[in-house]
Design a protein around this ligand. Structure first.
Ligand SMILES: [Zn+2]
Ligand SMILES: [Zn+2]
Length: 330
């Protein structure tokens, strides 16, 4: 992510609605990826969820017919807002979703919503599990993607739930942003890989996509394949080539966004270096992720990036980099 400043010179964060130094109202313009002082941007207006608990700080053009910003209106369903915890959950989910959308815009990925493509445009359903509700027959929510619809079990916004699920599933990392990045991987597989010239290379690297359901059932019954680390970024990635793709995709987004943040904060100096140089990006990432882990350990926190990238995983990441940048990489 870029580094943002108020016109008074104060550094501000992506989520800020107000400068902590001079108090000016701020908003983020997704068209230019800039943080703006509202009084200096009369051609823009605020998202209608700004004063809501969601607290969205994105802006939209005065000529735009919508009330909500580009990110907020990608959401189709939210959990019942008469329950206080769901208000908090929606806020958490939207905050991470804005980071996902920022990444997708920054990487120049095609982002088509439901308005332009009612059948397979991207849309988010944040749903609550209803299995304890006697009024509903059976309603179990699964986080996943289908035909552009990204469903996220709203309880993933609760830290206590994520910690329990992470321990049960023996995961190293579980965040809302991670879920969203993962599911966006399924969306972009449909859009960029399935019917494209990239498909044969996908199959070569990740494997054939037969028996999806059976493979997932097998993973949940018996766990990951032995020595999954050699070929996969996570245990779950070993469940099926589609999950391998989505997991690797999520890591690609983690890496690219975090490298941008590190560069904008001066932790990485990139003078006269080709940013398409994949080999260099990986070198930078190895160094940066070690630094982040060391910093976290100094704070008594778990590692920020508790993963090792095997040679095979790097080949898969390079494939994604080539596909996203349209380059041949290096
Ligand atoms: Zn200021
Ligand atoms: Zn908004």
């Amino acid at each position: 992510m870029k580094r943002f400043h108020c016109i008074c010179g104060q550094e501000v964060l992506f989520e800020d609605k107000e400068c902590p130094c001079c108090g000016r109202s701020l908003g983020f313009n997704p068209d230019t990826l800039e943080m703006l002082v509202l009084s200096r941007a009369p051609h823009l207006r605020v998202c209608s969820l700004r004063e809501h608990s969601v607290g969205c700080n994105w802006l939209l053009s005065h000529t735009d017919k919508h009330k909500q910003c580009y990110s907020c209106r990608l959401t189709r369903t939210v959990p019942a807002q008469d329950i206080p915890i769901n208000v908090q959950r929606w806020t958490v989910l939207e905050r991470s979703k804005r980071r996902l959308v920022y990444s997708l815009i920054t990487l120049g990925l095609p982002l088509v919503g439901r308005e332009q493509d009612p059948c397979s445009g991207m849309v988010f359903d944040f749903l609550e599990d209803q299995r304890t509700n006697p009024l509903v027959k059976k309603r179990v929510v699964y986080t996943g993607h289908k035909n552009g619809v990204i469903t996220l079990h709203a309880v993933e916004a609760d830290e206590s739930h994520r910690v329990t699920a992470r321990e049960q599933l023996k995961e190293r990392y579980r965040t809302v942003l991670g879920h969203l990045r993962h599911e966006s991987g399924h969306y972009y597989w449909d859009k960029l890989v399935r019917d494209s010239a990239w498909y044969p290379r996908f199959r070569n690297l990740f494997g054939g996509e037969e028996n999806y359901r059976e493979s997932l059932d097998c993973y949940y019954a018996y766990g990951a394949i032995p020595q999954w680390e050699k070929r996969h970024i996570s245990a779950y990635a070993s469940a099926h080539p589609w999950e391998d793709w989505a997991e690797t995709w999520a890591h690609y987004l983690h890496i690219m966004d975090t490298l941008e943040t590190a560069t904008s904060f001066g932790l990485i100096h990139r003078e006269a270096v080709n940013p398409d140089d994949f080999h260099l990006l990986m070198q930078e990432w190895r160094q940066l992720s070690r630094t982040m882990n060391a910093l976290n350990r100094s704070m008594g926190q778990p590692d920020a990036y508790p993963f090792t990238l095997s040679r095979q995983v790097i080949v898969k990441l390079r494939f994604i980099h080539q596909l996203v940048t349209g380059s041949e990489g290096m």
